[in-house]
Ligand binder design. Structure first.
Ligand code: BG6
Length: 463
Protein backbone atom coordinates (compact mmCIF):
# COMPACT_ATOMS: atom_id res chain seq x y z
CA UNK A 1 0.00 0.00 0.00
CA UNK A 2 1.45 3.38 -0.98
CA UNK A 3 -0.28 5.70 1.38
CA UNK A 4 -2.81 4.93 4.06
CA UNK A 5 -5.98 6.93 3.84
CA UNK A 6 -9.22 5.86 5.48
CA UNK A 7 -12.57 6.73 3.87
CA UNK A 8 -13.95 10.22 4.63
CA UNK A 9 -17.05 8.88 6.38
CA UNK A 10 -14.98 6.53 8.57
CA UNK A 11 -15.98 6.91 12.23
CA UNK A 12 -13.01 7.35 14.57
CA UNK A 13 -13.19 7.15 18.32
CA UNK A 14 -13.23 5.04 21.44
CA UNK A 15 -15.50 2.71 23.38
CA UNK A 16 -16.51 2.67 27.04
CA UNK A 17 -19.08 0.81 29.14
CA UNK A 18 -21.29 2.19 31.91
CA UNK A 19 -20.36 -0.36 34.57
CA UNK A 20 -16.64 0.16 34.02
CA UNK A 21 -16.53 3.94 34.09
CA UNK A 22 -19.61 5.64 35.52
CA UNK A 23 -19.36 4.70 39.20
CA UNK A 24 -22.30 6.25 41.14
CA UNK A 25 -23.56 2.71 41.43
CA UNK A 26 -26.55 3.56 43.62
CA UNK A 27 -27.06 7.21 42.68
CA UNK A 28 -30.28 8.83 41.43
CA UNK A 29 -32.39 5.73 41.80
CA UNK A 30 -30.04 3.20 40.23
CA UNK A 31 -30.31 -0.30 41.74
CA UNK A 32 -27.86 -3.19 41.76
CA UNK A 33 -26.90 -4.80 38.49
CA UNK A 34 -25.20 -8.14 37.87
CA UNK A 35 -21.93 -6.25 37.50
CA UNK A 36 -22.31 -4.73 40.98
CA UNK A 37 -22.20 -8.20 42.56
CA UNK A 38 -19.02 -9.21 40.72
CA UNK A 39 -16.47 -6.93 42.39
CA UNK A 40 -13.58 -9.12 41.20
CA UNK A 41 -14.71 -8.84 37.61
CA UNK A 42 -16.68 -11.08 35.35
CA UNK A 43 -14.29 -14.00 35.88
CA UNK A 44 -14.61 -13.66 39.67
CA UNK A 45 -17.24 -14.87 42.10
CA UNK A 46 -20.73 -13.50 42.57
CA UNK A 47 -21.21 -11.99 46.04
CA UNK A 48 -23.95 -10.74 48.32
CA UNK A 49 -23.46 -7.00 48.89
CA UNK A 50 -22.96 -5.98 52.53
CA UNK A 51 -23.76 -2.53 53.84
CA UNK A 52 -20.62 -0.44 54.30
CA UNK A 53 -18.36 -2.60 52.10
CA UNK A 54 -17.29 -0.87 48.90
CA UNK A 55 -15.45 -1.89 45.74
CA UNK A 56 -13.47 -0.26 42.95
CA UNK A 57 -16.30 -0.44 40.43
CA UNK A 58 -18.68 1.42 42.76
CA UNK A 59 -16.96 4.69 41.82
CA UNK A 60 -15.39 3.55 38.53
CA UNK A 61 -13.56 6.53 37.12
CA UNK A 62 -16.45 8.79 38.17
CA UNK A 63 -17.60 9.36 34.59
CA UNK A 64 -21.04 10.00 36.07
CA UNK A 65 -19.83 13.35 37.33
CA UNK A 66 -16.91 14.00 34.96
CA UNK A 67 -18.46 13.11 31.58
CA UNK A 68 -18.24 16.71 30.30
CA UNK A 69 -14.49 16.91 30.97
CA UNK A 70 -13.92 13.47 29.45
CA UNK A 71 -15.95 14.15 26.33
CA UNK A 72 -14.08 17.44 25.83
CA UNK A 73 -10.83 15.45 25.87
CA UNK A 74 -12.22 12.96 23.34
CA UNK A 75 -13.19 15.93 21.17
CA UNK A 76 -9.66 17.30 21.44
CA UNK A 77 -8.39 14.02 20.04
CA UNK A 78 -10.78 14.51 17.13
CA UNK A 79 -13.25 11.71 17.90
CA UNK A 80 -16.15 11.55 15.50
CA UNK A 81 -17.72 8.67 17.41
CA UNK A 82 -18.05 7.49 21.00
CA UNK A 83 -19.32 4.03 21.76
CA UNK A 84 -20.93 4.02 25.21
CA UNK A 85 -23.45 1.86 26.99
CA UNK A 86 -26.52 2.71 29.00
CA UNK A 87 -26.89 1.13 32.43
CA UNK A 88 -30.23 -0.70 32.30
CA UNK A 89 -30.50 -0.22 36.09
CA UNK A 90 -30.53 3.58 35.73
CA UNK A 91 -33.55 3.42 33.43
CA UNK A 92 -35.43 0.48 34.98
CA UNK A 93 -33.65 -0.11 38.32
CA UNK A 94 -35.34 -3.44 38.97
CA UNK A 95 -36.15 -4.20 35.37
CA UNK A 96 -39.86 -4.87 35.76
CA UNK A 97 -41.23 -1.45 36.76
CA UNK A 98 -44.18 0.05 34.93
CA UNK A 99 -42.46 3.42 34.48
CA UNK A 100 -38.81 4.33 33.82
CA UNK A 101 -36.64 6.30 36.23
CA UNK A 102 -36.61 9.91 35.03
CA UNK A 103 -33.33 10.74 36.79
CA UNK A 104 -31.57 7.96 34.92
CA UNK A 105 -32.99 9.09 31.58
CA UNK A 106 -31.99 12.68 32.32
CA UNK A 107 -28.37 11.66 32.96
CA UNK A 108 -27.95 10.27 29.44
CA UNK A 109 -29.73 13.33 27.99
CA UNK A 110 -26.88 15.37 29.42
CA UNK A 111 -24.25 13.00 28.04
CA UNK A 112 -25.81 13.16 24.56
CA UNK A 113 -26.02 16.99 24.81
CA UNK A 114 -22.30 17.05 25.43
CA UNK A 115 -21.57 14.73 22.52
CA UNK A 116 -23.76 16.82 20.24
CA UNK A 117 -21.90 19.96 21.29
CA UNK A 118 -18.66 18.35 20.08
CA UNK A 119 -20.17 16.76 16.94
CA UNK A 120 -19.43 13.26 18.19
CA UNK A 121 -21.74 10.51 16.93
CA UNK A 122 -22.94 8.23 19.74
CA UNK A 123 -22.93 4.49 19.19
CA UNK A 124 -24.99 3.05 22.03
CA UNK A 125 -24.78 -0.47 23.42
CA UNK A 126 -28.14 -1.22 25.02
CA UNK A 127 -26.73 -3.88 27.31
CA UNK A 128 -23.04 -4.16 28.06
CA UNK A 129 -22.30 -6.99 30.51
CA UNK A 130 -24.98 -6.02 33.02
CA UNK A 131 -28.67 -6.41 33.72
CA UNK A 132 -30.85 -5.62 36.75
CA UNK A 133 -30.02 -8.03 39.55
CA UNK A 134 -33.71 -8.19 40.41
CA UNK A 135 -34.43 -9.85 37.05
CA UNK A 136 -31.89 -12.53 37.94
CA UNK A 137 -33.15 -13.14 41.47
CA UNK A 138 -36.89 -12.95 40.76
CA UNK A 139 -37.17 -14.32 37.24
CA UNK A 140 -34.05 -16.40 36.62
CA UNK A 141 -32.45 -14.04 34.10
CA UNK A 142 -32.64 -14.86 30.41
CA UNK A 143 -33.71 -18.44 31.02
CA UNK A 144 -37.12 -16.92 31.55
CA UNK A 145 -38.94 -15.83 28.40
CA UNK A 146 -40.39 -12.88 30.28
CA UNK A 147 -36.97 -11.21 30.21
CA UNK A 148 -37.44 -10.70 26.45
CA UNK A 149 -40.38 -8.42 27.25
CA UNK A 150 -38.45 -6.49 29.90
CA UNK A 151 -35.60 -5.88 27.47
CA UNK A 152 -38.03 -4.82 24.72
CA UNK A 153 -39.65 -2.32 27.04
CA UNK A 154 -36.27 -0.95 28.14
CA UNK A 155 -35.13 -0.59 24.50
CA UNK A 156 -38.40 1.03 23.46
CA UNK A 157 -37.95 3.59 26.23
CA UNK A 158 -34.44 4.39 24.96
CA UNK A 159 -35.61 4.69 21.35
CA UNK A 160 -38.47 6.99 22.36
CA UNK A 161 -36.29 9.25 24.45
CA UNK A 162 -33.08 9.36 22.43
CA UNK A 163 -34.11 8.23 18.93
CA UNK A 164 -34.06 11.76 17.51
CA UNK A 165 -30.32 12.04 18.09
CA UNK A 166 -29.00 8.51 18.53
CA UNK A 167 -29.08 6.66 15.23
CA UNK A 168 -26.44 3.97 15.85
CA UNK A 169 -27.26 1.11 18.25
CA UNK A 170 -25.90 -2.26 19.35
CA UNK A 171 -28.12 -4.81 21.09
CA UNK A 172 -25.81 -6.85 23.40
CA UNK A 173 -22.10 -6.58 24.08
CA UNK A 174 -20.07 -9.69 23.15
CA UNK A 175 -23.20 -11.81 23.02
CA UNK A 176 -21.17 -15.02 22.45
CA UNK A 177 -19.37 -14.67 25.78
CA UNK A 178 -22.49 -16.03 27.52
CA UNK A 179 -21.20 -19.47 26.57
CA UNK A 180 -18.21 -18.95 28.85
CA UNK A 181 -19.55 -16.69 31.62
CA UNK A 182 -23.32 -17.23 31.67
CA UNK A 183 -23.92 -15.09 34.76
CA UNK A 184 -22.55 -12.01 33.04
CA UNK A 185 -24.12 -12.75 29.69
CA UNK A 186 -27.53 -14.20 30.46
CA UNK A 187 -27.93 -13.88 34.24
CA UNK A 188 -27.83 -17.58 35.12
CA UNK A 189 -25.29 -19.44 37.29
CA UNK A 190 -21.94 -20.05 35.62
CA UNK A 191 -22.28 -23.78 36.38
CA UNK A 192 -25.60 -24.09 34.48
CA UNK A 193 -26.05 -27.07 32.14
CA UNK A 194 -25.29 -26.34 28.49
CA UNK A 195 -28.94 -26.88 27.53
CA UNK A 196 -30.03 -24.07 29.85
CA UNK A 197 -27.26 -21.79 28.63
CA UNK A 198 -28.38 -22.24 25.02
CA UNK A 199 -32.03 -21.74 25.97
CA UNK A 200 -31.17 -18.46 27.70
CA UNK A 201 -29.04 -17.46 24.70
CA UNK A 202 -31.94 -18.26 22.40
CA UNK A 203 -34.17 -15.87 24.34
CA UNK A 204 -31.50 -13.21 24.06
CA UNK A 205 -31.18 -13.75 20.31
CA UNK A 206 -34.95 -13.39 19.94
CA UNK A 207 -34.87 -10.22 22.06
CA UNK A 208 -32.06 -8.85 19.90
CA UNK A 209 -34.00 -9.51 16.68
CA UNK A 210 -37.20 -8.06 18.10
CA UNK A 211 -35.39 -4.87 19.10
CA UNK A 212 -33.83 -4.61 15.63
CA UNK A 213 -37.38 -4.38 14.27
CA UNK A 214 -38.42 -1.93 16.96
CA UNK A 215 -35.44 0.28 16.19
CA UNK A 216 -36.18 0.32 12.46
CA UNK A 217 -39.88 1.04 13.11
CA UNK A 218 -39.30 3.78 15.67
CA UNK A 219 -36.16 5.58 14.44
CA UNK A 220 -36.04 6.62 10.81
CA UNK A 221 -32.53 6.34 9.41
CA UNK A 222 -31.28 4.19 12.27
CA UNK A 223 -28.63 1.50 12.00
CA UNK A 224 -28.51 -1.32 14.51
CA UNK A 225 -25.84 -3.97 14.83
CA UNK A 226 -24.83 -6.94 16.94
CA UNK A 227 -21.59 -7.20 18.90
CA UNK A 228 -19.45 -10.31 19.13
CA UNK A 229 -16.14 -11.09 20.79
CA UNK A 230 -14.31 -12.18 17.67
CA UNK A 231 -11.73 -14.87 18.30
CA UNK A 232 -10.27 -16.01 14.99
CA UNK A 233 -8.88 -19.46 15.63
CA UNK A 234 -6.14 -20.96 13.47
CA UNK A 235 -5.32 -24.67 13.28
CA UNK A 236 -2.23 -25.32 15.42
CA UNK A 237 -0.83 -27.53 12.64
CA UNK A 238 -1.87 -28.46 9.10
CA UNK A 239 -3.11 -31.83 10.35
CA UNK A 240 -6.67 -32.16 8.99
CA UNK A 241 -7.91 -32.94 12.53
CA UNK A 242 -6.55 -29.61 13.77
CA UNK A 243 -8.04 -27.78 10.79
CA UNK A 244 -11.42 -29.30 11.56
CA UNK A 245 -11.11 -28.42 15.24
CA UNK A 246 -10.41 -24.79 14.26
CA UNK A 247 -13.55 -24.86 12.13
CA UNK A 248 -15.60 -26.15 15.08
CA UNK A 249 -14.12 -23.57 17.45
CA UNK A 250 -14.77 -20.70 15.06
CA UNK A 251 -18.36 -21.84 14.67
CA UNK A 252 -18.84 -21.47 18.43
CA UNK A 253 -18.66 -17.67 18.18
CA UNK A 254 -19.76 -17.30 14.56
CA UNK A 255 -23.02 -19.04 15.47
CA UNK A 256 -24.25 -15.82 17.10
CA UNK A 257 -23.44 -13.62 14.12
CA UNK A 258 -24.91 -16.26 11.81
CA UNK A 259 -28.27 -16.01 13.57
CA UNK A 260 -28.21 -12.23 13.91
CA UNK A 261 -27.01 -11.49 10.38
CA UNK A 262 -28.76 -14.24 8.43
CA UNK A 263 -31.92 -14.57 10.45
CA UNK A 264 -31.96 -18.31 11.17
CA UNK A 265 -30.09 -21.03 13.04
CA UNK A 266 -27.22 -22.41 10.92
CA UNK A 267 -27.40 -26.11 10.05
CA UNK A 268 -24.17 -27.06 11.88
CA UNK A 269 -25.64 -26.17 15.27
CA UNK A 270 -28.26 -28.92 15.07
CA UNK A 271 -25.59 -31.64 15.09
CA UNK A 272 -23.93 -29.96 18.06
CA UNK A 273 -27.29 -29.83 19.86
CA UNK A 274 -28.01 -33.49 19.06
CA UNK A 275 -24.60 -34.66 20.23
CA UNK A 276 -24.94 -32.73 23.47
CA UNK A 277 -28.60 -33.66 24.05
CA UNK A 278 -29.64 -30.03 23.88
CA UNK A 279 -33.24 -29.27 23.05
CA UNK A 280 -33.98 -25.58 22.65
CA UNK A 281 -37.57 -24.44 22.77
CA UNK A 282 -37.95 -22.41 19.57
CA UNK A 283 -41.51 -21.34 18.83
CA UNK A 284 -42.79 -20.52 15.32
CA UNK A 285 -43.05 -16.88 16.48
CA UNK A 286 -39.37 -16.97 17.46
CA UNK A 287 -38.41 -18.25 14.02
CA UNK A 288 -40.33 -15.42 12.42
CA UNK A 289 -38.84 -12.83 14.76
CA UNK A 290 -35.25 -13.93 14.04
CA UNK A 291 -35.73 -12.83 10.44
CA UNK A 292 -35.23 -9.23 11.61
CA UNK A 293 -31.54 -9.07 10.81
CA UNK A 294 -28.97 -6.49 11.85
CA UNK A 295 -27.70 -3.73 9.56
CA UNK A 296 -24.03 -4.17 10.36
CA UNK A 297 -21.71 -6.51 12.24
CA UNK A 298 -19.68 -5.14 15.09
CA UNK A 299 -17.02 -6.91 17.07
CA UNK A 300 -14.21 -6.66 19.58
CA UNK A 301 -10.82 -7.96 18.57
CA UNK A 302 -7.93 -8.37 20.96
CA UNK A 303 -6.29 -11.66 20.04
CA UNK A 304 -6.35 -14.78 17.95
CA UNK A 305 -5.73 -18.31 19.12
CA UNK A 306 -5.09 -21.81 17.88
CA UNK A 307 -7.05 -25.04 17.93
CA UNK A 308 -5.85 -28.58 18.14
CA UNK A 309 -7.54 -31.95 18.28
CA UNK A 310 -4.96 -32.95 20.90
CA UNK A 311 -6.73 -32.13 24.17
CA UNK A 312 -3.53 -32.40 26.24
CA UNK A 313 -2.21 -29.22 24.59
CA UNK A 314 -5.08 -26.99 25.59
CA UNK A 315 -4.00 -24.17 27.88
CA UNK A 316 -6.62 -21.62 28.80
CA UNK A 317 -4.34 -19.14 30.48
CA UNK A 318 -5.16 -15.53 29.69
CA UNK A 319 -8.31 -16.08 27.72
CA UNK A 320 -11.83 -17.26 28.17
CA UNK A 321 -12.20 -19.33 25.08
CA UNK A 322 -9.95 -22.33 25.66
CA UNK A 323 -7.62 -21.51 22.82
CA UNK A 324 -4.10 -22.82 22.42
CA UNK A 325 -1.16 -20.40 22.40
CA UNK A 326 0.31 -19.57 19.02
CA UNK A 327 4.11 -20.10 19.09
CA UNK A 328 4.60 -17.32 16.51
CA UNK A 329 3.00 -14.55 18.54
CA UNK A 330 3.93 -12.47 21.58
CA UNK A 331 1.50 -11.96 24.45
CA UNK A 332 0.45 -8.98 26.52
CA UNK A 333 1.21 -8.91 30.24
CA UNK A 334 -2.19 -10.55 30.71
CA UNK A 335 -1.40 -13.40 28.32
CA UNK A 336 -3.52 -12.11 25.42
CA UNK A 337 -1.76 -12.98 22.18
CA UNK A 338 -1.05 -9.99 19.96
CA UNK A 339 -1.86 -10.58 16.30
CA UNK A 340 -2.31 -7.51 14.07
CA UNK A 341 -2.56 -9.61 10.91
CA UNK A 342 -5.46 -11.40 12.58
CA UNK A 343 -7.68 -8.33 12.24
CA UNK A 344 -7.20 -8.32 8.46
CA UNK A 345 -7.94 -12.04 8.31
CA UNK A 346 -11.01 -11.51 10.47
CA UNK A 347 -12.35 -8.54 8.51
CA UNK A 348 -12.03 -10.46 5.25
CA UNK A 349 -13.62 -13.55 6.76
CA UNK A 350 -16.65 -11.67 8.15
CA UNK A 351 -17.10 -9.63 4.99
CA UNK A 352 -17.07 -12.75 2.80
CA UNK A 353 -19.46 -14.55 5.10
CA UNK A 354 -22.07 -11.81 5.61
CA UNK A 355 -21.55 -9.06 3.04
CA UNK A 356 -22.64 -6.52 5.64
CA UNK A 357 -20.66 -3.46 6.77
CA UNK A 358 -18.30 -4.10 9.66
CA UNK A 359 -17.55 -1.91 12.65
CA UNK A 360 -14.52 -2.52 14.90
CA UNK A 361 -15.93 -1.40 18.24
CA UNK A 362 -13.16 -2.63 20.55
CA UNK A 363 -9.45 -3.18 20.12
CA UNK A 364 -6.54 -2.16 22.27
CA UNK A 365 -3.74 -3.10 24.61
CA UNK A 366 -4.21 -3.47 28.36
CA UNK A 367 -0.90 -2.55 29.99
CA UNK A 368 0.62 -1.13 33.15
CA UNK A 369 1.62 2.49 32.62
CA UNK A 370 4.36 4.33 34.46
CA UNK A 371 4.00 7.99 35.36
CA UNK A 372 7.45 9.53 35.13
CA UNK A 373 8.77 12.11 37.58
CA UNK A 374 7.75 14.97 35.26
CA UNK A 375 4.23 13.52 34.93
CA UNK A 376 4.73 12.15 31.40
CA UNK A 377 3.44 8.73 30.37
CA UNK A 378 5.38 7.37 27.43
CA UNK A 379 3.13 4.50 26.29
CA UNK A 380 4.96 3.60 23.09
CA UNK A 381 3.90 -0.06 23.44
CA UNK A 382 0.26 1.04 23.12
CA UNK A 383 1.03 3.18 20.08
CA UNK A 384 2.82 0.25 18.47
CA UNK A 385 -0.08 -2.13 19.12
CA UNK A 386 -2.72 0.25 17.75
CA UNK A 387 -0.61 1.31 14.79
CA UNK A 388 0.08 -2.29 13.75
CA UNK A 389 -3.62 -3.12 13.94
CA UNK A 390 -4.78 0.00 12.10
CA UNK A 391 -2.35 -0.68 9.26
CA UNK A 392 -3.98 -4.09 8.83
CA UNK A 393 -7.44 -2.49 8.94
CA UNK A 394 -6.33 -0.21 6.10
CA UNK A 395 -5.12 -3.28 4.20
CA UNK A 396 -8.52 -4.92 4.65
CA UNK A 397 -10.22 -1.80 3.30
CA UNK A 398 -7.91 -2.07 0.29
CA UNK A 399 -8.97 -5.72 0.02
CA UNK A 400 -12.48 -4.38 -0.54
CA UNK A 401 -13.94 -4.86 2.93
CA UNK A 402 -16.52 -2.25 3.99
CA UNK A 403 -15.46 -0.93 7.40
CA UNK A 404 -17.64 1.73 9.04
CA UNK A 405 -15.31 2.76 11.81
CA UNK A 406 -12.93 2.01 14.63
CA UNK A 407 -13.48 2.71 18.32
CA UNK A 408 -10.52 1.64 20.39
CA UNK A 409 -11.31 0.12 23.77
CA UNK A 410 -11.04 2.34 26.84
CA UNK A 411 -9.81 5.65 25.34
CA UNK A 412 -9.71 6.76 28.95
CA UNK A 413 -8.42 4.32 31.61
CA UNK A 414 -11.30 2.48 33.25
CA UNK A 415 -11.93 -0.59 35.38
CA UNK A 416 -11.06 -3.78 33.50
CA UNK A 417 -13.92 -6.19 32.90
CA UNK A 418 -12.33 -9.57 33.49
CA UNK A 419 -10.64 -8.87 36.83
CA UNK A 420 -11.95 -5.42 37.80
CA UNK A 421 -8.45 -3.94 37.95
CA UNK A 422 -7.45 -0.33 37.43
CA UNK A 423 -3.84 -1.28 36.67
CA UNK A 424 -4.81 -2.87 33.34
CA UNK A 425 -5.00 0.38 31.39
CA UNK A 426 -6.07 0.93 27.78
CA UNK A 427 -6.40 4.71 27.67
CA UNK A 428 -4.95 7.62 25.77
CA UNK A 429 -6.01 9.49 28.91
CA UNK A 430 -4.55 8.45 32.24
CA UNK A 431 -6.80 8.39 35.30
CA UNK A 432 -5.17 8.73 38.69
CA UNK A 433 -6.86 5.83 40.40
CA UNK A 434 -5.31 2.60 41.61
CA UNK A 435 -6.22 -1.00 42.46
CA UNK A 436 -6.26 -0.19 46.18
CA UNK A 437 -8.83 2.56 45.62
CA UNK A 438 -6.41 5.46 46.15
CA UNK A 439 -5.99 8.32 43.68
CA UNK A 440 -7.44 11.71 42.86
CA UNK A 441 -9.35 10.72 39.69
CA UNK A 442 -7.38 13.45 37.86
CA UNK A 443 -7.06 13.01 34.10
CA UNK A 444 -3.82 13.50 32.12
CA UNK A 445 -2.73 12.88 28.55
CA UNK A 446 -0.41 10.02 27.64
CA UNK A 447 1.94 10.10 24.63
CA UNK A 448 -0.64 8.05 22.72
CA UNK A 449 -3.12 10.94 23.03
CA UNK A 450 -1.19 13.12 20.59
CA UNK A 451 -0.42 10.14 18.39
CA UNK A 452 -4.11 9.14 18.01
CA UNK A 453 -5.07 12.78 17.44
CA UNK A 454 -2.59 12.84 14.55
CA UNK A 455 -3.94 9.61 13.08
CA UNK A 456 -7.52 10.90 13.14
CA UNK A 457 -6.61 14.32 11.83
CA UNK A 458 -4.67 12.86 8.90
CA UNK A 459 -7.22 10.06 8.26
CA UNK A 460 -4.50 7.51 8.82
CA UNK A 461 -1.75 9.14 6.75
CA UNK A 462 0.54 9.39 9.78
CA UNK A 463 0.38 5.67 10.51
C1 BG6 B 1 -14.30 -6.88 26.16
C2 BG6 B 1 -15.40 -6.17 26.88
O1 BG6 B 1 -14.37 -8.22 26.52
O2 BG6 B 1 -12.99 -6.61 26.49
C3 BG6 B 1 -14.99 -4.96 27.68
O3 BG6 B 1 -16.46 -5.85 26.02
C4 BG6 B 1 -13.63 -5.23 28.32
O4 BG6 B 1 -15.99 -4.67 28.60
C5 BG6 B 1 -12.61 -5.48 27.24
O5 BG6 B 1 -13.21 -4.26 29.19
C6 BG6 B 1 -11.20 -5.72 27.73
O6 BG6 B 1 -11.20 -6.69 28.73
P1 BG6 B 1 -10.50 -6.40 30.12
O7 BG6 B 1 -10.80 -7.56 30.97
O8 BG6 B 1 -9.07 -6.25 29.83
O9 BG6 B 1 -11.12 -5.15 30.62
Amino acid sequence: MNQILFPKAFLWGGAIAANQCEGAYLTDGKALSTSDVQPEGLMGKVIEREAGVGYLKDDGIDFYHRYAEDIALFAQMGFTCLRLSIAWTRIFPKGDEAEPNELGLAFYDKVFDELEKHHITPLVTISHYEMPLHLVNEYGGWLNRKTIGFYEKYSKTLFQRYGKRVKHWLTFNEINVSLHIPFTGVGIPNESPLAEIYQAIHHQLVASASVVKLCHDMIPGSLIGNMIAAMPTYPLTCKPEDVWQANLDNNKWLFFADVQARGYYPSYIQRFFDENKIIVDITPEDTLCLKNTIDFISFSYYMSGCATADKSKINTEGNLLHMVQNPHLKSSEWGWQIDPKGIRILLNMLWDRYQKPLFIVENGLGAKDVVEADGKIQDDYRIEYLKDHLIEVAEAIEDGVEVMGYTSWGPIDLISASKAEMSKRYGFIYVDRHDDGTGSFARSKKASFTWYQGVIRSQGKTL
